[in-house]
Design a protein around this ligand. Structure first.
Ligand code: ARG
Ligand code: ZN
Length: 870
């Protein structure tokens, strides 16, 4: 059944207070819910009648039902598919619902479930209805009190949202804790944890002087890995005060790490629950990338306390209201904590690779979708990452000062409310006076706009004309698009590489507001034809077409002052060189590209972090995204050939740079050190593309000597994929890695991924064998994403001849759909891109999808994706 945004209606009833009691046992849990209900007085009802109350509920056993103290008989309520309908006698009343649930058998990891012996919850988006009958929709906000009762020995720690207000011991070695959250919230922000956990504790004093206790909980063997998350949390709290004027509002803030989790983390009020992979870090077990990811996700969930919790979403079509905005907030936080230029490059790269692909595929949707079958399918790169870019564009158009006025107004106006994307844009308009009418198309139109830029120079007048045309391809259900309001950052470079003044004021950089389907911008007084630097800092989520020559790109790589565009010039050059080889594999590698990369390697003045990014060739995924027709094996071969050519040509320089950067130091996850390690490991990656034993030996030595995971893991990848094959060495290192880290589940995830995603090792047979490995756990989303997900990203073996890779994935999806529909639906994404592949491949992918479609009783998750894809 499809749900439409246009059908939104306010609820018939509100729930003013919610009192929950959880009686947790080893084979079931009893949930008692006492709700103070109130008729929604703003709705019109037939006079003299009260509408029946329809509550959501799934997989629940109803034990008893009381209305104002009276036990209801079968004629007073009705249990229908997914709902409980209760007849109502008074406009305000108390409803008591007792349900029995089985957390131990809950494999969907939605609602209340068990992970490694502890109870935990995940309620967003619609998991609360698996706990009790409720108005499980975000516009129904209630004050929650939660009493948790469990065995004292097994579950010494009992947590829920808010502040602990009572605790005590009970008979039979049981105990309880009662928590009260004074802030009204929707059910999706509810959380409960019961387990044998340890915690680290710290304090934070807010700008107004509130003293807040901070706790991070984990199983005891991981307690030494929580410090980085704690440091990140305190930085986030300070940053939100300084940049947005937002402070924390309870006396305690808690994070709990759990191993079995469908997503990254969840912003439950005062009690964030995290995938352990997004909290735990030590230098020996986590890479630099993991350290940065943890910092970003801790910040993201913390920032939700305002953008998501204090102001929440009216309905799930508004998801980007909280997610797009919060991703923007965490991105700016990370930029302030680390290298701003690199953060922008990484985010733009992810967007262009994965979100553009989503926008071009069968599931394309606007950041505010108009309809869905299963909301879990819309926690997407579009809603999150493109949503972030849309907020960023508002920031760019308004400027930082007006943007801040806008967010102040938004938080002030809507605090305690469930708001819409429209409310956000309106607050921005009202605070700044800027008209965002046309800008709103970003919320309603799907697809990636294409900006085609042409230019013309008149030597006589010195006038330079830059013409920008925009269009947007059709997406499912949207044939025609209206022009977008696009902020386009530009600069012009003269022949010396200097930036030219663009106007009378002498600005050398400008953000154009493009609104028409075609617009021309004129710069006067140019002594020669300038070279345009377009979409600086990736100022909008669009594709730019401009006919740069290779010389132009080399020039931009050297002279552009915008690090994003310097990197992008490098990417364009790489894409062109690789695409040429995809078409004509026998040709030699473009010498201009090889030289240009040599110049980057040799440039001692360049920022190391940016340099490392520039030296990374476009990924296979990004090449696939940019291809008209994807030829997977040709892409792999062409990219490899280019990498080898660069490596062979610049071996000595790479070796020298490697040596210079390879010095022993105490591990610190700080920007300057991270930049050096990243660049060093990029060099090692190139060196291992040289077909010489000594290059593999270099990587092996780094592996053996490594004092941190970043260096060890990078070296392992290099040895596995090295041009010079030393299978015994590969085997030794994989075994060594396993032996060192087999007790660490998060590192084991990576051990599976490094094999399944490898062009050398990751065959279907290998992946099948690894599924039988002792350390594999088919109930763990992290393991599934690593092993199966890693394999679907393996261009060499996933797209293996005959389609055995697709058949394997279809089997996993069918099997997994019964266990965990969210993970099943997500893991099948690569198959949905079948239309972009060469005909034989495409047909095989389609067959696999059709086999999934033919299965009876598919979950709504998989059903929606498979049906929209075919
Ligand atoms: N709100 C969470 C976040 O972005 C994501 C949780 C969504 N979970 C889900 N199962 N759909 O931080
Ligand atoms: Zn979020």
């Amino acid at each position: 059944r499809t749900i439409y945004l246009k059908d939104y209606q306010a609820p018939d009833y509100w729930i003013d207070t919610t009192h929950l009691t959880f009686d947790l046992h080893e084979d079931y849990a009893l949930v008692t819910s006492v709700l103070q209900m109130r008729l929604n007085g703003e709705k019109e009802f037939e006079s003299g009648t009260l509408p029946a109350l329809t509550l959501h509920g799934e997989e629940l056993d109803l034990v008893s039902l009381h209305r104002d103290g009276e036990e209801l008989e079968g004629d007073q309520y009705q249990l229908a598919k997914g709902t409980l309908i209760v007849s109502v006698k008074q406009p305000t009343f108390e409803l008591q619902v007792v349900t029995r649930i089985r957390p131990q058998e809950n494999t969907s990891l939605e609602g209340l479930y068990k992970s490694n012996g502890m109870f935990c919850t995940q309620c967003e988006a619609e998991g609360f209805r698996k706990i009790t009958y409720y108005l499980d929709r975000p516009d129904v906000m209630s004050v929650f009190t939660t009493k948790v009762i469990a065995s004292q020995a097994r579950y010494p720690v009992l947590l829920a949202n808010g502040n602990a207000i009572d605790k005590g011991e009970l008979e039979n070695d049981r105990h309880y804790v009662t928590w009260e959250d004074p802030f009204k919230k929707p059910s999706y922000l509810f959380a409960l944890v019961a387990g044998d956990l340890e915690c680290i504790e710290d304090r934070f004093t807010t700008m107004s002087g509130r003293d807040v206790t901070l706790k991070i909980f984990t199983e005891s063997h991981n307690i030494h890995k929580c410090d980085h998350a704690m440091v990140s949390l305190k930085k986030s709290m300070r940053w939100d005060e300084e940049v947005y004027g937002r402070e924390y509002d309870l006396d305690i803030f808690m994070i709990v790490a759990v191993d079995h989790f469908n997503m990254g983390a969840m912003e439950n009020k005062g009690l964030n629950i995290f995938n352990s992979s997004c909290v735990l870090a030590s230098p020996e077990t986590a890479t630099d990338a993991t350290y940065q990811r943890i910092e970003a996700i801790v910040a993201h969930e913390y920032f939700h306390n305002w953008s998501g919790n204090r102001v929440t979403c009216r309905d799930w079509f508004q998801l980007s209201l909280k997610e797009g905005f919060t991703v923007f907030r965490d991105a700016e936080f990370s930029a302030d904590m680390n290298s701003r230029g690199v953060k922008r490059i990484q985010d733009a790269s992810l967007l262009r690779t994965a979100q553009f692909a989503e926008d071009a595929g069968p599931m394309a949707h606007p950041i505010r979708p108009e309809s869905f079958i299963e909301i879990s399918n819309f926690y997407t790169l579009t809603v999150y990452e493109k949503g972030c870019e849309v907020v960023r564009m508002i920031h760019t158009i308004l400027g930082a000062g007006q943007f801040r006025k806008g967010t102040d107004l938004y938080f002030d106006r809507h605090d305690g409310e469930a708001a819409t994307c429209e409310d956000f844009v309106k607050a921005m308009e009202d605070a700044s006076g800027v008209d965002l009418t046309q800008f709103r198309h970003w919320y309603s139109q799907a697809g990636t706009p294409v900006m085609t830029v042409t230019d013309k120079y008149d030597a006589e007048s010195g006038d330079y004309h830059l013409t920008i045309a925009q269009s947007c391809p059709a997406t499912p259900g949207q044939e025609q698009k209206k022009p977008f309001h696009i902020p386009v950052g530009i600069a012009l470079l003269d022949e010396q590489g200097q930036l030219l003044p663009l106007n009378a004021a002498g600005d050398k950089e400008q953000v154009l507001s493009i609104k028409q389907s075609e617009e021309t911008f004129v710069v006067k007084g140019c002594k020669s034809k300038p070279l345009p630097s377009l979409l600086r800092n990736f100022s909008a989520p669009v594709r730019v077409r401009y006919d740069y020559s290779k010389d132009d790109l080399v020039f931009l790589m050297k002279h552009d002052t915008d690090s994003f565009n310097r990197w992008d010039a490098c990417q364009r050059l790489g894409v062109a060189a690789i695409e040429q080889l995809v078409e004509q594999p026998q040709q030699a590698v473009d010498p201009q590209l090889v030289d240009a990369f040599g110049a980057v390697i040799a440039d001692a003045a360049m920022d190391k972090a940016v340099k490392a990014e520039m030296l990374c060739l476009p990924s296979e995924a990004s090449l696939a995204e940019q291809a008209d027709v994807i030829q997977p094996l040709a892409i792999v071969a062409a990219r490899k050939k280019v990498k080898q050519a660069i490596a062979v040509a610049h071996k000595d320089a790479l070796q020298a740079l490697y040596n210079e950067l390879n010095h022993e130091r105490v591990y610190k996850p700080e920007a300057a050190d991270i930049a050096e390690r990243t660049l060093k490991n990029v060099c090692l990656g190139y060196l291992s593309a040289v077909n010489e034993a000594e290059c593999v030996q270099l990587a092996a030595k780094q592996y053996d000597d490594a004092s941190n995971m970043t260096d060890r893991r990078a070296a392992l990848g290099c040895v596995i994929d090295a041009h010079y094959r030393d299978e015994a060495l590969v085997e030794r290192l994989l075994t060594d890695f396993y032996d060192r880290y087999k007790g660490n589940s998060n590192v084991m995830d990576d051990w599976f991924a490094v094999q399944s995603s490898s062009a050398e090792l990751g065959t279907v047979e290998k992946v099948k064998a690894l599924m039988q490995h002792d350390s594999f756990d088919s109930t763990s989303p992290n393991k599934l994403r690593s092993l199966i997900g890693g394999f679907t990203r393996n261009m060499t073996h996933f797209h293996t001849a005959g389609g055995t890779g697709y058949e394997f994935l279809a089997d996993r999806v069918i099997e997994l759909d019964k266990q965990n529909p969210q993970v099943a639906s997500r893991i099948m994404t690569p198959l949905t891109r079948w239309k972009k592949f060469e005909p034989v491949t495409s047909g095989l992918m389609k067959n696999a999808l059709e086999r999934i479609k033919a299965v009876h009783n598919l979950s709504t998750d998989v059903y929606e994706v498979v049906n929209k894809s075919l």
